[in-house]
Every structure is written in structure tokens, then in C-alpha cells.
Design a protein around this ligand. Structure first.
Ligand code: ADP
Length: 540
């Protein structure tokens, strides 16, 4: 028997209409470096209509791709909403990619328009002649005259293009399964690949962001979105905010610890989200420049493992709860979220919070061994994590990847275990795990342990070739300014929590650990630097 329910397509046009009327007074706040500019969701709605008219005027029809090359700000939010709502496909470009990757991605996606922040024009301009399908560049927040267009490309000013346009748009009905946005993986472990989110997947994902077992975004609160809008759709926060009526606080290009601290003081957000390296930087800054950040009800951290010492520092020194979550570009990204079960208390709660968390009802997870056989969820057996669900990719855009998508399951490339009560603990990425004498050493466990030392500001662990054991860990460490620690001291410190055979004998001290385009420690780069003999490896 079929249900008697109406089959309403879940579309971002509906989300835009809903948020800009029902939550008309919620705001997107953009930091300018010395203050904020504000726009209500009602105004955002009107400007989205104007933008859609402007894009139609430039010939954007059907599923044409409209790219952005922007910071997190009000105009980027307008593109986020207007482009999919008019039936086109939004493609946020990662502004930190190497030129060759950027060019490859824009050509692969066949972007016809790029909306670019005025401050980023000098970075984009040199590559424009090689962007084969781009016909229009729209410059926000700066003079369009600063950009000399290559032949075949017309340059517009965003504000001039919107001026005088109608503030209503006849948003089309779209198939909820059609693409709304396209994000490329950041290429940490390979070439970037495109993931096309549908209207339906973004809608359902937004609901999960608002759910109490998700990010628990709440009506009337404000969310500081430090995670870039080009990194997995800013973790779904802009759409979820429009759905629930939460305000958005956007840092624009002011992402260093000092301006972030200033923004937090000025706007007093209730919620914030970013990768661990951002928060490590902020914590260090706050040590030297103490400031109250306890208005933050919760800080969502993911993208790489959150060291327990970071979570404790937030809690003990600043009375801020860290919410650890796991996800990837292919998972929209919300996968598991580490909220402890209500019945847990004391140290047990912390153990749950340190894990990568539980999956929501909509996401199915399983572990498989190297032959693809299921591994039990008993909290001890280790396997590769596979997931599937309505906001999990089942293919890449225009690239076949039969090893990545098996029987509808996404093979994540992450290795770990799942407890009987469904909590995931990741030990590593398949490509980062250290294979020593037939056993596996988790680089993440070692990093977390080293990060617990008070003199350590950052640590990344990679496997390096070893004649006897195949591979052994090399710990690359950054010390806090003015602090000292020898490899022998750090090794002794680890001995309390790490099995003897796993204790690293290779150490290197550096002033900075390279990060990827989305701010994670770049282990590919570290391995290359080690091969090139750039580290002064010390063996205590
Ligand atoms: P890239 O794969 O290029 O780094 P993504 O942002 O999609 O880009 O990264 C997803 C990967 O990040 C996951 O597969 C996992 O390895 C890692 N990751 C994300 N969140 C966590 C977490 N909480 N703990 C450990 N690893 C994480």
C-alpha cells in the first residue's frame, strides 16, 4: 500500500523562502576587522531574488554551475541560497588550492560564472585565462575595474549587478534529487574529486545539524562559522541556520587568533565550528591575552581528530564544551557526533566525548576487513569504516571510483572500531597508519598523547621506512614559544599512556607544521619533506 502523504520535493528554494520570511529577523553578521555589518534574513531573501535575476540575465539556466571564490560573509550566503534555489549548481572553490588543482576543478565542473571577493581578485586573476568555461566574473566588495578580463570573460560588480533588480523571484520547482551544490574533496590523500549534493540531501542534512543528537543548532542563537564555506559547505551550517532561525556570524578574511578573539568578544556567539588547528591557535592566543569566551555554549570541532588535551583546555580554562564530530566531503559532512549517552557520568562521559561519536539514525555504518568482510562492532575489532545514507555520496561527479563505492557503501579510508553501543573510535586513515613489524600503530593516538605535554603546541606523526620493522613513527613537534622539551623527556611522558613497542624513537622539532588547504596537518607534505632529508631527526 502506498502512503497517503504528499510528496513535496525538499528544495533549497523552499528553505530560502521559509528562512527569509519566518525567520526574517535573524541576521548574517560579517566581521569587517573593526566592526560588523549586518543583514537580516529578510534582506538576504530580497537580495537572493535580485542575484537570481542578475544570473538569469547573464544566461544562467538549468544546472549551469556558478562558482564562488570567497571568504565566509553575507554575499557568500546569498550565493549559497540563490544559486541552488534558481535551479543552478553552486560550486564553492577552495581559495587555498594550488593553482593547478583550482584550474582542474573549475574546468572539470565547467563553471560558467565565478563570484569572487574583491580581496581575492589578485589570487584568481592570473588563472582566469586557463579557466575554459568561465564567461562572467562578478566581484563583491571591491571595484570590478581592478580586474583586467581575459578575452571572452566579462567582469561585473556584484552590487551594480543587483541594483534595481526585483526583490522577488519565481523560484522554479526542481527535482529534489537534482544537484544543488558541488564540492571537491580537498585532496589530502589524492586528486580532488567532486561530490554533488542534492536539494534533498542538503535539506535532510540541515535537519540533522539542528537535531539534538547533531550539532543542536538552535533558534535565536548565533553561530560563528569559522569553517570555510568552501570546506564541505561550511559543514552545513548556513542552510541549517536558515532552517532553524539561528543567526550567522561570519569572520570574512579575519581568521587569525587575534581578530577571531575580537570577533567573539564583540558578537558573543553561542556556537562555533572549525578544525582543531584554528582552536589550538585561539587557545594559545588566549593564554597571552586572557578573555572570556564562556558565552560559547558549544564548539563543534572535526575534520581531524580532536586531541583530548584541547577539549580539556576548553572546558577547564574557558568553561566551553567541545563537541567532537567526524565527517568528510563525501558525507555532507555530518557523520558521527560525540555526545555521551545520558546515563554516562564522570570520566565515562569524557571517554565518549573523546571518541568520534555515534551515527544518527539516518547514517548506517559498518567496518570491513581488507577482504571486505564485516568486522564486529565490539569496541575492539578494527576495520575500515564504511557508511551509507541519504546525505552520503554514492559516486563522484564525472569520475568512476569502483573501489570507493562498494554496494552503495562509501569506503571512507578511515580505520577504527565501533563499540556495541555504536560509538566510533578512529585510529587512523588507511594511508597514515604506521605498519611496524606486522602490527599497526595509530598516528592519531600518538599525536593525541604528545599533544598532552604542556610544552607541545602541535604534533604530527608519520610512518618512516625502517629496515628492521618496515615502518616506525616519526613525531614532528612544534613547541610553545619559550618552552623546552627534549625527545627523551617527551618519550618518557608518552611511556605512561603508550605501549612500549609503540614508543617513537624518531623526533624532529620544527617551527611550523604544514597544513592542507582546509587547515589539517599535511602528512603527504611531511612525508615528502622527510624523504627530501629536510628534517633533523633526533633519536633519544
Ligand atoms: P580530505 O579527505 O581531503 O582531508 P575532508 O575534509 O573530506 O577532506 O576530510 C575527511 C577526512 O578527515 C576523514 O576521512 C577523516 O580521515 C578525517 N576526519 C574528519 N573528522 C575527523 C575526526 N573527528 N577524527 C579523525 N579524523 C577525522
Amino acid at each position: 500500500m502506498l502512503s497517503t502523504m504528499h510528496d513535496m520535493p525538499l528544495s533549497l528554494a523552499h528553505l530560502l523562502r521559509y528562512g527569509s520570511t519566518v525567520h526574517a529577523g535573524a541576521q548574517v553578521v560579517t566581521w569587517t576587522g573593526s566592526g560588523s555589518r549586518r543583514r537580516t534574513y529578510a534582506e538576504v531573501g530580497r537580495r537572493c531574488s535580485a542575484l537570481a535575476h542578475a544570473l538569469r540575465g547573464l544566461g544562467i539556466e538549468g544546472d549551469d554551475r556558478v562558482a564562488t571564490y570567497m571568504w565566509n560573509n553575507a554575499e557568500h550566503l546569498e550565493a549559497y541560497l540563490a544559486v541552488p534555489a534558481m535551479g543552478a549548481v553552486l560550486h564553492p572553490l577552495n581559495i587555498r588550492l594550488f593553482p593547478e588543482q583550482l584550474i582542474h576543478i573549475a574546468n572539470h565542473a565547467e563553471d560558467r560564472v565565478i563570484i569572487v571577493d574583491g580581496s581575492l581578485v589578485p589570487m584568481l586573476a592570473p588563472h582566469l585565462p586557463r579557466l575554459e568555461t568561465v564567461e562572467h566574473v562578478i566581484v563583491t566588495g571591491g571595484p570590478s575595474s581592478a580586474l583586467a578580463a581575459p578575452s571572452g570573460v566579462t567582469v561585473h560588480s556584484y552590487e551594480e549587478l543587483l541594483a534595481g533588480r526585483p526583490d522577488e523571484f519565481d523560484w522554479p520547482e526542481v527535482d529534489e534529487r537534482s544537484a544543488a551544490a558541488l564540492c571537491y574533496t580537498s585532496g589530502t590523500t589524492g586528486e580532488p574529486k567532486g561530490v554533488a549534493y542534492s536539494h534533498r540531501s542538503l535539506w535532510l542534512h540541515s535537519m540533522q545539524v539542528c537535531m539534538s543528537d547533531g550539532a543542536n543548532l538552535r533558534q535565536g542563537e548565533s553561530a560563528l562559522v569559522v569553517v570555510p564555506q568552501f570546506h564541505v559547505m561550511a559543514w552545513g551550517l548556513p542552510y541549517a541556520a536558515f532552517m532553524i532561525g539561528a543567526s550567522l556570524v561570519m569572520p570574512d578574511r579575519f581568521l587569525q587568533p587575534a581578530p577571531l578573539a575580537e570577533l567573539i568578544a564583540a558578537e558573543r556567539p553561542d556556537f562555533a565550528a572549525a578544525v582543531p588547528t584554528i582552536w589550538q591557535g585561539l587557545l594559545q592566543h588566549l593564554k597571552q591575552h586572557p578573555q572570556d569566551i564562556s558565552m560559547l555554549r558549544e564548539v563543534l570541532i572535526g575534520g581531524s581528530a580532536v586531541p583530548p588535551s584541547l577539549m580539556r583546555a576548553f572546558e577547564d580554562d574557558h568553561h566551553v564544551t567541545v563537541l567532537h564530530a567526524w565527517g568528510m566531503t563525501e558525507t555532507s559532512p555530518l557523520g558521527s557526533v560525540a555526545r555521551p549517552p545520558a546515563e554516562a557520568d564522570g570520566e565515562e562521559r569524557w571517554r565518549y566525548r573523546y571518541s568520534q561519536g555515534r551515527f544518527p539514525a539516518s547514517v548506517q555504518a559498518r567496518l570491513v576487513d581488507e577482504q571486505g568482510r564485516s568486522v564486529p562492532h565490539d569496541g575492539v575489532s578494527v576495520g575500515e569504516l564504511c557508511v551509507r545514507g541519504p546525505w552520503i555520496a554514492s559516486s563522484y561527479y564525472g569520475v568512476s571510483a569502483p573501489d570507493k563505492f562498494v554496494d552503495g557503501w562509501l569506503r571512507t579510508g578511515d580505520v577504527g572500531m565501533i563499540s556495541e553501543d555504536g560509538y566510533l573510535t578512529l585510529s587512523d586513515r588507511v594511508k597514515d597508519v604506521i605498519k611496524s613489524g606486522g602490527e599497526w600503530i595509530s598516528s592519531v593516538d600518538l599525536e593525541n598523547a604528545v599533544m598532552g605535554h604542556p610544552a607541545v603546541a602541535g604534533a604530527a606523526v608519520i610512518g618512516i621506512p625502517d629496515e628492521r620493522w618496515d615502518e616506525r613513527p616519526l613525531v614532528v613537534v612544534v613547541l610553545h614559544a619559550g618552552q623546552a622539551a627534549t625527545p627523551a623527556e617527551l618519550r618518557d611522558f608518552l611511556a605512561a599512556s603508550v605501549a612500549r613497542w609503540q614508543l617513537p624513537e624518531n623526533w624532529a622539532f620544527v617551527s611550523e607544521i604544514p597544513t592542507t588547504s582546509v587547515g589539517k596537518y599535511d602528512k603527504k607534505q611531511l612525508r615528502a619533506e622527510h624523504r627530501a632529508g629536510r628534517f633533523d631527526v633526533i633519536r633519544p
